[in-house]
Structures are given as structure tokens and as C-alpha cells.
Design a protein around this ligand. Structure first.
Ligand SMILES: Cc1cc2nc3c(=O)[nH]c(=O)nc-3n(C[C@H](O)[C@H](O)[C@H](O)COP(=O)(O)OP(=O)(O)OC[C@H]3O[C@@H](n4cnc5c(N)ncnc54)[C@H](O)[C@@H]3O)c2cc1C
Length: 394
């Protein structure tokens, strides 16, 4: 613990995971100096605990940190294989260790105070925020707090799905993977009764790749269930697991819900990361929004403005996702059909930019037109009725 509490700072990062690490790196990138920063997290994130896959324009300062990147990716369904050319975007794979290392270097340069304790309540009087520990002791007094501690949405969503997955980092003694071919989604996996499943492959080189099994749906599998699904997917890929070593296992659960995540719970508290709504409800992708918001926060601070980013996604996208989740959950449309049509009827760049929340309303209309009309109309009406019922209850 720090010698004299509470510590006075300009900015406190409460939660020091993905979102906070990107903010620290962005503060460095924008040359922010003289800002008193504290990071409050019982865990000091280091090493490999997750792999971020995301798309974006090449040429930013993440490029040197990427383990691999691809200008083409495959989307596979039982009907066939589509090769998506992503130009001008690229699909990148970023292991967490270099992200945490970069954040640690930024912390050192900013001379940030690290408080290795859990934060509890945040008391915001509109001028300053007091960060307390769970026993009510004051830890930090801050001008602004960026809070990325995991939390549930403000209200339960009408659809509450999870993206849950297990990945194996597989190592081979001889060339086994094609480093040029990354698989974004492979829907040939057996589909669950409720939900969507797919596998994917991200090769770092011809002897090392991340092979993952993912489900979107309401229920988690048990340990044996993930292993069985991954074995079956490896089999489908023609991989001989007896000849491969599982070097690392990566598990994860990410919310997919239309429940609202509050991004500004009080005047001087901003929520970031999954807690702030950076997770795209229809896909679970989070990284690009976190990166964008980290840049906006750092730019604002460099220019002496409040560190308040734009919302992670436009409201109309959250509505579209609520409708899509409802349609999938209530069985109005099959998951494979939904994604197949999305990639079939739109240029890949439009789909990826849509999923990042940066498409124009005209492009959104084109995306909407690619989904099956009748089932989606049913979901739109169901969503509207659900909203009305929720409002009346409140
Ligand atoms: C295994 C895995 C793989 C993923 N892969 C992708 C991907 O490929 N692409 C993508 O877009 N998204 C991905 N995601 C989703 C998302 O990008 C990550 O979850 C990301 O780390 C979210 O960042 P965050 O800051 O919101 O949360 P986290 O990174 O989880 O950070 C939250 C932090 O809060 C801290 N904390 C908790 N309680 C307290 C407390 N009381 N006080 C202070 N601190 C506290 C935790 O210790 C943690 O450090 C993945 C998620 C997981 C779990």
C-alpha cells in the first residue's frame, strides 16, 4: 500500500486491464506530461492472459506489437469458403503481454502511482472523486476517474447472451498451418440448439497457431464440453492432435446483451472498456472501440479538455444489435444464415466498419437490407414491444 492515503491525482484509472492499458499507452503517444496519474487495481496485469484479434488500418503504433496480421481472412459455412479481402484494413492479432508492457512503460514515464488494492465506492461531488477501498477508506482523490472494473449492465437486457470460448495455442514440429490464411469464422461446427457456434484459426507461423471454439448463446459449456468441441473442430480442420502440443489455453466469457452499460455514471466518472459499453453486443468484439476511446481520452487530456470519449457505438447500431440478438435468440433467424447473408451481400470492409460502429446511416441501411426481411421485422416489432413494456414497468 502507498504511504500516505488518500493520494491526490488529476486522473485515476480504476481497473488496470485492457481499456486502462490502452489509455496509458495513448497518454504516452500524445506526449501528455505533468499529469498526476494513479492506477488502482489489485492485480498488476502482466504477461499473456488473452489475445486480441481486431481489424483496423495498418500503420499505427500497434503494428510493431502484432504477432501476426492478414489482409485476407476466410469465412467458412457448410455451403463453402469465402475469402474476404480486407484492403485497406487488416486483421491483426495482438497478444496481451506487449500491451501490458507498453502500459507499464507509460506508467513509469508518467510517474504514475500504482495502488495494488481493490477499489470500492466512488464518491463524486462534481469537483473531485474520492476512490474508496471496500472498507470505506479513502485511497485516492482525483479530478477524474476512468473506471473499467467489470460490471453488469445498468438494467438486465431483454436478450442476455454470452460469447464464450476456449482456444488452444497449438505448436507443431513440422509445417502444419498456412500463415497466410486466417479463419475469421468457420460455421461448420455443430450448431447448438439455441445460439451460434463457430471455430477459427489464427496462425502466427506454419508451426504455431491459435485454434479456438466459440459460442454465442445463453449458456456456458462445462470444461469437458469446450475440450470436446475443440477436439471436434481440430478434427474438422484435419489436425492430428497427437502430433501437436497445446502450449497455452485461453478461456473467456464476454457479454452480448442489449442491457445498457452506463458510460457516465456521475459528472467526473467515465466508464471505459466492457463496463463502459465498448463490447459490441452482436459480436463481443471490444478492442477497436477501446482503442478509439483511449485515443480520444488522451487527445482530450493533451488539449486540456475533460477526458470524455464519444459513445463507443451510435445509438442506431445498439438498436440494430438489440434486434439482431432478439432475432437470433427467439429463433427468427438461424445464426449461420444471418452471418452468411451479412458477408455475402456486403463488401467485407463495410461489414467490419459496421461492426466497429463507424459506418454512415446509408451504409447501415445497406447492412440492414442484407438481413432476411420477415424474421427481422418480427424481431423489430418484438423489440419495440419489449421496450414499451420495460418503460411501463419503470
Ligand atoms: C480471453 C479473452 C479474449 C478476448 N479477445 C478479444 C478479441 O480478440 N477481440 C476483442 O475485440 N475483444 C476481445 N475480448 C474482449 C475484451 O477486449 C477484453 O475483455 C478486454 O480485456 C476488456 O478490457 P476491460 O478493461 O474492459 O476489462 P479487463 O481487461 O478485464 O480489465 C478489468 C480490470 O479491472 C480490475 N478490477 C476488478 N475489480 C476491481 C476492483 N474492485 N478495483 C480495481 N480494479 C478491479 C481487474 O483486475 C482488471 O485488471 C477478449 C476477452 C477475453 C476475456
Amino acid at each position: 500500500m502507498h504511504a500516505s492515503f488518500p493520494v491526490d491525482v488529476d486522473l485515476a484509472l480504476v481497473g488496470g486491464g485492457g481499456a486502462a492499458s490502452l489509455v496509458l499507452a495513448a497518454l504516452d503517444r500524445h506526449g501528455v506530461t505533468g499529469l498526476r496519474v494513479a492506477v488502482v487495481d489489485p492485480v498488476h496485469k502482466r504477461g499473456q492472459d488473452r489475445t486480441w484479434a481486431f481489424w483496423g488500418l495498418p500503420g499505427d503504433d500497434l503494428d510493431p506489437l502484432l504477432s501476426a496480421s492478414w489482409s485476407q481472412v476466410d469465412v467458412v459455412t457448410p455451403a463453402g469458403r469465402r475469402v474476404l479481402t480486407l484492403d485497406p484494413l487488416r486483421y491483426g492479432m495482438l497478444r496481451s503481454a506487449p500491451v501490458y508492457d507498453r502500459a507499464a512503460a507509460a506508467e513509469r514515464r508518467l510517474d504514475a502511482v500504482r495502488i495494488s488494492a481493490p477499489a470500492g465506492e466512488l464518491r463524486d461531488d462534481g469537483e473531485r472523486v474520492v476512490v474508496r477501498d471496500p472498507d470505506g477508506r479513502d485511497l485516492v482523490r482525483a479530478g477524474w476517474v476512468l473506471d473499467s472494473r467489470p460490471r453488469r449492465p445498468k438494467r438486465p437486457g431483454r436478450t442476455r447472451w454470452l460469447q464464450h470460448f476456449r482456444g488452444w495455442w497449438l505448436a507443431a514440429d513440422r509445417p502444419t498451418f498456412d500463415p497466410q490464411r486466417a479463419v475469421l469464422m468457420d460455421f461448420r461446427t455443430p450448431q447448438p440448439e439455441r445460439g451460434v457456434s463457430f471455430g477459427y484459426v489464427l496462425p502466427v507461423d506454419d508451426r504455431f497457431a491459435l485454434v479456438e471454439y466459440t459460442e454465442f448463446g445463453p449458456e456456458l459449456l462445462d470444461d469437458a464440453g469446450y475440450d470436446a468441441a475443440l477436439c471436434a473442430y481440430a478434427d474438422l480442420l484435419g489436425l492430428d492432435l497427437a502430433a501437436l502440443r497445446v502450449r497455452e489455453v485461453e478461456d473467456g466469457v464476454i457479454p452480448m446483451t442489449d442491457g445498457p452499460f452506463e458510460s457516465r455514471p456521475s459528472p467526473r466518472v467515465v466508464r471505459l472498456g466492457t463496463a463502459g459499453g465498448a463490447t459490441r453486443p452482436s459480436t463481443g468484439f471490444t478492442f477497436s472501440a477501446m482503442l478509439r476511446q483511449a485515443d480520444q481520452v488522451a487527445r482530450a487530456l493533451a488539449e486540456g479538455r475533460p477526458p470524455v470519449p464519444a459513445p463507443a457505438y451510435p445509438g442506431r447500431h445498439l438498436w440494430m444489435d438489440a434486434v439482431a440478438l432478439r432475432a437470433l435468440d427467439r429463433g427468427h433467424v438461424g445464426g449461420v444464415e444471418f452471418f452468411e447473408r451479412l458477408f455475402d451481400r456486403n463488401p467485407p470492409e463495410r461489414v467490419l466498419r459496421f461492426l466497429d460502429g463507424v459506418t454512415s446511416p446509408a451504409e447501415d441501411l445497406a447492412v440492414m437490407r442484407s438481413s432476411p426481411l420477415l424474421p427481422m421485422t418480427g424481431a423489430v416489432l418484438g423489440d419495440a414491444a419489449g421496450r414499451l413494456r420495460a418503460r411501463l414497468r419503470r
